[in-house]
Design a protein around this ligand. Structure first.
Ligand code: 8YV
Length: 315
């Protein structure tokens, strides 16, 4: 079993009698492609991350591979077609990370609206000289309209949190979800209407050919000038040049971003120079408990497939 990061030994221990684990041990650098290719020629199973691109060419040479277990719910980093054509099963880690990712999504929304990072920097830099009425005044969250783009598991978990804040909740999705409407009191609207109405536009869509660059200059133009854009899905759904322009020229008010087109994002990236951006290093599911559960699910899936059984969470 090849693992592109260090798997916690307390988790892999239970499987060591049956499987041999080879891990890429360097925390600071991703496994070089050639190294990965070499291992994939002999591996029966691969455990990988969103930052590993498992493309056609790698899969073509993976003669023994039976399963690619992604430590993520999103799987846009894997060429599913190539895996399918070779009969390699792909699994992901849905459900176990839903609530944790929605917690982070809401934290990012609150931090962006209420300017928490600016406020934290302000006080640490000794700039708090006196109290004034509009010092670091942000935007209210409670009772505003949230527009959730993507009413999947995480979208629904965001809606549950928004209910607690007394928010009006609109959503857009490929297809209408009447069960969610009943259960969560959310209203289906077109993408256009969502952008028009929402004070907070939250992207929770998977990255596909259809969602690529869906948040572009047209979309930002349709949003309110006071709108806050939150992205906890994938950087590829945003046209970043258009977002930078929208944030610089007051087309929208602020953005909270956990994901970027190129990750890791470089320190001098224009998005990181803007005061109205809160940026996080793709930590949506990064709680100790959830990361452990994600590893466990990956290992369960690998063990099932290598034992000739069906995995728990196939893509
Ligand atoms: C990643 C994510 O798994 O699940 C996803 O799709 O984006 C995250 O939860 C995480 O960054 C580790 O790869």
């Amino acid at each position: 079993v090849y693992v592109t990061r260090n798997i916690p030994t307390e988790l892999s221990k239970a499987y060591e009698e049956k499987f041999t684990f080879f891990c890429w041990e360097e925390e600071e650098t991703p496994v070089p492609r050639e190294e990965l290719r070499k291992h994939l020629q002999i591996a029966d199973a691969l455990i990988c991350m969103v930052s590993d691109s498992i493309d056609k060419l790698l899969i073509k040479d993976a003669d023994h591979l039976k399963i690619i277990a992604n430590l993520a719910v999103g799987y846009d980093n894997i060429c599913i077609e190539a895996a399918k054509s070779r009969g390699i099963i792909v699994t992901n880690t849905p459900d176990v990370l839903t609530e944790t990712t929605a917690d982070l999504g809401f934290a990012l929304l609150l931090a962006t609206a209420r300017r928490l990072i600016e406020a934290n920097n302000f006080i640490r830099q000794g700039e708090w000289k006196e109290w004034s009425p509009y010092l670091l005044a942000g935007a209210d969250v409670h009772h505003k309209t949230i527009g959730i783009v993507g009413m999947g598991r995480i979208g629904k978990a965001m809606a549950r949190r928004a209910q607690g804040f007394g928010m009006n909740i609109v959503y857009h999705n490929r297809s209408r979800d009447e069960a969610a409407e009943k259960e969560l009191g959310v209203t289906y609207v077109s993408f256009h209407d969502l952008l028009n109405q929402a004070d907070f536009v939250v992207s929770v869509v998977p990255f596909t050919h259809e969602t690529k660059d869906m948040f572009n200059s047209h979309a930002f133009q349709m949003m309110k000038e006071t709108a806050v854009f939150i992205n906890i899905s994938r950087g590829g759904v945003v046209n970043e040049a258009d977002l930078i322009h929208a944030l610089q020229s007051g087309v929208i008010q602020a953005a909270g971003l956990d994901v970027f087109k190129e990750e890791p994002i470089q320190k001098n990236h224009p998005l990181l120079q803007l005061p109205n951006v809160v940026a996080l290093p793709h930590i949506g599911s990064a709680s100790v408990e959830t990361r452990t559960n994600m590893w466990k699910l990956c290992l369960d899936n690998v063990a099932a497939v290598l034992n000739g059984e069906s995995p728990k969470t196939p893509v």
